[in-house]
Design a protein around this ligand. Structure first.
Ligand SMILES: [Zn+2]
Length: 230
C-alpha cells in the first residue's frame, strides 16, 4: 500500500532506539516508528505499518499490515486496527476500538485488493468500545461517544453516538458544545472560536474577523453522510 501524500517526508526511518517498545510486544519488519513513540505490553504491530512520532500505543493493541498513523496519536488498550486504516495527527482512539477491514467478509481468506480505506482525520476522538465499519471517514475534530457503531461518514466537529449512529450536535475544537439557534453563525461559549453552519450536516470554522463568504475559512468538511436519518 503506497504511503499517503500527507505522510510523505514526515516520518523517520524505523528508529527503535528512540522509540520505546516493550519487550513483550512484537514489531514485524519492515515498519516505521517515529521517535518518542511508545508501544506498551503485549502489542503486535504487523509489517508495512507506519507509526508517527510521539504516539502512545497501549497494551494488547493489534495493528494489521499497512496501517498509517500520524503524530501524537493515542491508541488505548485492546484496540484493533485492520489493514487500510489511515489515522491523521492528534487522534484519540479509546480502549477496545475496532476498525473493521471489509464491509462484507467471509471466513475464507480476504483478497487484500478489496480492503476499503478508513480515514480518521486529525483530532478526531473515538470513545471506548466503538466499532468503525470499513470505508468511512471520521471528520476532523469529530467526537464519537463510547460504544458507538460508525457505519457512515461523520462530518467535521460532529458529535455522534449509539447504534444506529445518532447525531447529537457539534463540538468546538476545545470540546465545548456548539449551539446554533436561528442564525447560522455562532461562537463557542468557552474559547470564542466562530463557526458557520453550511447545512444540517456541515459546519466550518471561521477565522477571527472573517465572514462565512471569506476565502480564509479554516476548514471545510467534504464529508456527506450517505443517509438522512441520523
Ligand atoms: Zn471552543
Amino acid at each position: 500500500m503506497p504511503t499517503p501524500e500527507w505522510l510523505k517526508g514526515r516520518l523517520e526511518v524505523c528508529c527503535n532506539e528512540e522509540a520505546f517498545i516493550h519487550e513483550s510486544s512484537y514489531v514485524d519488519e519492515p515498519c516505521q516508528i517515529g521517535h518518542g513513540s511508545s508501544i506498551m505490553h503485549f502489542s503486535h504491530i504487523m509489517a508495512n505499518s507506519v507509526i508517527g512520532s510521539h504516539c502512545q500505543i497501549g497494551q494488547h493493541v493489534t495493528i494489521h499490515p499497512g496501517v498509517f498513523i500520524g503524530n501524537n496519536v493515542r491508541i488505548l488498550n485492546n484496540t484493533l486496527l485492520n489493514s487500510g486504516v489511515i489515522i491523521e495527527d492528534d487522534v484519540y482512539c479509546g480502549p477496545s476500538t475496532i476498525v473493521a477491514p471489509l464491509k462484507y467478509i467471509r471466513g475464507e481468506a480476504a483478497n487484500i485488493s478489496t480492503i476499503q480505506p478508513t480515514l480518521i482525520r486529525r483530532n478526531a476522538s473515538i470513545g471506548a468500545n466503538t466499532t468503525v465499519a470499513a470505508g468511512f471517514t471520521l471528520g476532523q475534530f469529530s467526537f464519537i461517544e463510547a460504544g458507538s457503531v460508525v457505519d457512515r461518514n461523520v462530518p467535521d466537529f460532529a458529535l455522534v453516538y449509539g447504534n444506529p449512529l445518532q447525531f447529537a450536535g457539534w463540538r468546538c475544537e476545545c470540546g465545548q458544545l456548539i449551539k446554533f439557534t436561528i442564525a447560522n453563525i455562532t461562537s463557542c461559549s468557552r474559547c470564542g472560536k466562530r463557526y458557520s453552519r453550511q447545512s444540517d450536516t456541515e459546519i466550518v470554522q471561521l477565522r477571527s474577523g472573517s465572514t462565512p463568504h471569506d476565502s480564509n475559512i479554516q476548514s471545510r468538511s467534504t464529508i456527506r453522510k450517505p443517509q438522512s436519518d441520523y
